[in-house]
Design a protein around this ligand. Structure first.
Ligand SMILES: Nc1ncnc2c1ncn2[C@@H]1O[C@H](COP(=O)(O)OP(=O)(O)OP(=O)(O)O)[C@@H](O)[C@H]1O
Length: 838
């Protein structure tokens, strides 16, 4: 989609080039005077004319057709001269007979396509002109009132819009005339004319064509060339010359080419009839395969050329030239050659985007987000991106191993995100909303636009793809999330916070009357995405990939066929078609980032964090630990917080890991490892590997800690002794549920949990079943008074005896949950994976 300015510029350049070629060729032709009597000169002349023709009409325009194939390249623009046949002043002195046509005049033929030679000539001419012009630079209209379909071989060009089916009757003929007249009017009015050339081919006039119709043709011939209209009229009566046309007269065995409009063949002042005074053998019918091959190439090139590119959606000028006070707007696609904009304002605050899998949903979102990121700098726009489906998403916005650049507006991204990630994301947005509401209140009830005059408050766009996965389980978490979404969507619109929910079907947010839907006036229906439109609105039915219906009235339809101001059918580019363009744009955005900008915080649900890479652990290893703590993993949250259990000198600062799986055992090991790193100076570690199979991990741990700490490995008797002693340190127990351990006096354990920490003694223990841990609770319950609890594969239902309240926890691989503190909801985390500690 080149801009009109660029197209006009290109047209002007082509026009200048055509003019230059015509002048050069005319000069050569001028030099040449036929001298029929002298054979020797005839040969020489033919030779020179052959050379001139090769210059004036190279390739498709003038070479013999048998030397051309569908892959022979076109020229830079429509050719100025075209071959009509072979001139033969003598049997063996021949040269191509050229006529000036595109860019200068017309061709008239005195017989119509009922004469097979004329039909062949027209087919050859059309082939040459189309094949010599870059795809799309030449358009044609045809009139064929004869009995045979002269141009049937060119039918494939109809779909590409290059040559519609010829008009065969009077009505069609007149419609073509009207269209050509319009073309001339438009082309003449716009000083510089069209950037494309229109060729009108009349193979045979239809029955009933009146003199007034011929007058219209003559008028078109007179006015056309200035507007890029050229005519080839077969069956034009001899009597009146067609203005600005080279006449061609068909005789029995050959044809005669008359003088072209501006320059006579016979030179100035020559006697009539003038013209090329030798017979011309008209070009023969081109082979069908050649016509078919060229048509196929043109159609393919037109299709490729009409494909949009991401660059078509980007602003022409500088990056970040827009301000977002009044809203965000970007080009999301193209409707009938016009860019279509879509944005976020208070009236159109949130979007729903729906499409079946592989319908181009991520393509659409990527287009829109890059469009925004190119227009609005990080002071104007912040992006949060989340995708609940498995797999890598949004990678084009983020740092990768190989490419460390990122899109600076992106604050955080979550791929393969858990529902808890989205819950936390809502929390971030709610907190920001409260900050903005508070700022507005403090400023005496100012609105967002007013607040922006003295505060930096970028608009925030939060995208959640595969949103239905959030609601797949209709449990308390889902209900809670929906309620928060509703409140957020309502309030956030006035404070520059915008939501884009994307996914399949109706996205799971209720029927058409759900009030939540009312908060999302912008609906984008991709293929299979009709469910976000009103049930009676079928405008998205049968959409091909790469297109979408964009509706800004909550999916409302309208009368069929009527123009709908609130709805457009758009095409959008596949941003991944050209990965270099995407990478280049990311680099440009990244290079423009403000000093000190931090890369997006990325949560990848499928990845395991490593203790060795954890910032808090690294700080501890570097001797900068804030306080002793056991680290368990990274929270499923937007900031990727390290999940830590502080082990300070207060009652209950212990850790109970609860679970049957290896994950639970690993959690204990990492907790101990990190606590050891965070402990100031040397500490005492008593390891009690009571559970089957725990001797080995305990042994590895002991060896690792021994470098800096005092480590003892004990059995249950040694453990009991250590519990009873007053010496500060960490008691690490693998399997507090084994029969031996359950015989330890519960009061002793309780006392340790309560009174140990203030005296520097902490228990880090692993239980595989709930009951022995629950057995330590006093009559009032309150497990949080005794210990923090990290759980892996024990479902919420079984934890109620421990927490004495309903607990929401559905175990899943690679996740654990920590309760630390009274009334805690539980923090879901990704436990640290196996990794080498530096
Ligand atoms: N504008 C477009 N024109 C043509 N093809 C496109 C266009 N956009 C995307 N595609 C192609 O469609 C396929 C699906 O695109 P995309 O990954 O964006 O879909 P999706 O709906 O996000 O799929 P899923 O949700 O299953 O991951 C890709 O192969 C992509 O190349």
């Amino acid at each position: 989609m080149a801009s009109p300015k660029a197209r006009a510029g290109r047209a002007a350049a082509l026009h200048r080039r055509a003019e230059a070629t015509a002048t050069a060729a005319a000069a050569i032709l001028d030099e040449i005077r036929p001298a029929p009597a002298d054979h020797h000169r005839q040969y020489e002349l033919a030779e020179r004319l052959r050379a001139a023709a090769a210059l004036a009409a190279p390739g498709w325009a003038g070479d013999p057709l048998e030397t051309l194939t569908p892959t022979s390249p076109p020229g830079d623009g429509p050719p100025s001269f075209v071959r009509v046949g072979t001139a033969a002043p003598l049997d063996d002195a021949r040269f191509p007979a050229l006529v000036p046509l595109l860019g200068s005049g017309h061709l008239s033929v005195d017989a119509d396509a009922g004469d097979p030679r004329v039909a062949g000539l027209l087919r050859a001419l059309l082939l040459r002109l189309f094949a010599a012009s870059p795809a799309g630079a030449l358009l044609a209209r045809a009139v064929d009132g004869g009995l045979v379909a002269t141009l049937a071989g060119y039918a494939p060009l109809a779909d590409a819009g290059l040559l519609p089916p010829p008009a065969t009757d009077l009505t069609g003929f007149r419609a073509v005339l009207a269209e050509a007249e319009q073309w001339v009017a438009a082309g003449t009015a716009r000083q510089r004319g069209h950037d494309r050339t229109l060729l009108l081919v009349v193979a045979a006039l239809p029955d009933g064509a009146a003199p007034s119709d011929l007058d219209r043709l003559a008028e078109l011939a007179a006015q056309g060339p200035r507007a890029g209209l050229h005519l080839v009229v077969a069956g034009w009566p001899d009597s009146v010359p067609l203005p600005q046309a080279t006449p061609l007269a068909v005789r029995t065995a050959y044809a005669l080419v008359g003088d072209p409009p501006a320059a006579g063949f016979s030179g100035p002042g020559a006697e009539p009839p003038g013209g090329l005074n030798c017979p011309v053998f008209l070009d023969e019918d081109p082979p069908e395969e050649l016509v078919a091959g060229v048509c196929r190439r043109l159609v393919r090139q037109i299709e490729d050329g009409s494909r949009l590119a991401l660059t078509d959606l980007l602003p022409d000028g500088e990056l970040w030239a827009e301000g977002s006070v009044d809203g965000l707007v970007t080009t999301v696609g193209d409707a009938a050659g016009r860019p279509v904009s879509l944005g976020f304002t208070e009236l159109t605050p949130h979007w729903l985007v729906s499409g079946r899998s592989q319908a181009g949903r991520s393509a659409f979102l990527t287009d829109a987000l890059f469009g925004l990121a190119a227009r609005y700098g990080p002071d104007e726009l912040i992006l949060y991106l989340a995708d609940l489906d498995d797999g890598e998403s949004f990678v084009e916005f983020l740092q990768t191993e190989r490419d460390r650049s990122w899109v600076p507006q992106v604050r955080a991204a979550g791929m393969a995100a858990d529902r808890e990630y989205v819950a936390d994301l809502f929390g971030e947005l709610e907190a920001e909303l409260r900050r903005r509401e508070e700022a507005a209140r403090r400023a005496g009830g100012q609105r967002y636009a007013e607040l922006r005059q003295h505060q930096s408050l970028p608009r925030i766009v939060c995208v959640i793809d595969n949103f239905p996965l959030l609601l797949r389980e209709r449990d308390r978490l889902a209900t809670d999330l929906l309620a928060r979404l509703d409140a957020l969507a309502r309030a956030a619109r006035s404070y520059g916070i915008h939501l884009v929910l994307a996914g399949e079907g109706d996205l799971g947010i209720g029927g058409p009357r759900d009030p939540l839907l009312g908060q999302f006036p912008v609906r984008v229906a991709l293929p299979g995405g009709s469910a976000v439109l009103e049930p009676t609105n079928d405008s998205a039915a049968g959409l091909p990939v790469g297109s979408a219906v964009v509706n800004t009235a909550g999916g409302l339809g309208g009368p069929r066929g009527a123009t709908r101001g609130h709805e457009r059918m758009i095409r959008f580019p596949d941003p991944h078609e050209n990965p270099e363009v995407l990478a280049d744009l990311r680099h440009r955005l990244w290079s423009a980032r403000p000093e000190g900008a931090a890369p997006p915080v990325v949560f990848a649900g499928f990845a395991r964090p490593l203790l060795a890479n954890d910032p808090r652990h690294r700080a501890a290893l570097a001797g900068r630990a804030h306080a002793p703590a056991a680290l368990l993993g990274r929270a499923v949250d937007v900031r990727r917080s390290t999940v830590a259990v502080p082990l300070g000198p207060a009652a209950g600062r212990n850790l109970a890991v609860l679970g049957r799986d290896d994950e639970a055992e690993r959690l204990l090991v990492t907790a101990v490892r990190s606590a050891a790193a965070a402990h100031p100076g040397a500490a005492r570690f008593v390891l009690a590997p009571l559970a089957n199979g725990s001797a080995e991990p305990a042994g590895v741990l002991a060896a690792e800690l021994a470098g800096r700490h005092r480590v003892e490995t004990v059995d249950v008797i040694g453990l009991r002794a250590a519990m009873a002693a007053d010496e500060p340190g960490y008691l690490v127990v693998f399997g507090l549920d084994v029969p031996d351990a359950t015989e330890l006096p519960p009061e002793l354990l309780r006392a340790l949990l309560l009174e140990g920490p203030p005296a520097g003694r902490h228990l880090l223990g692993w239980w595989r079943t709930v009951a022995p841990l629950a057995g330590l609770l006093g009559p009032e319950g309150e497990v949080d008074k005794l210990t923090a609890v990290a759980v892996t594969d024990v479902p919420g239902g079984r934890l109620e005896q421990l927490f004495d309240r309903p607990v929401l926890w559905r175990p899943r691989p690679g996740r654990a949950v920590l309760w630390d503190g009274p009334g805690e909801q539980g923090t879901v985390l990704v436990p640290f994976g196996e990794g080498v500690t530096p």
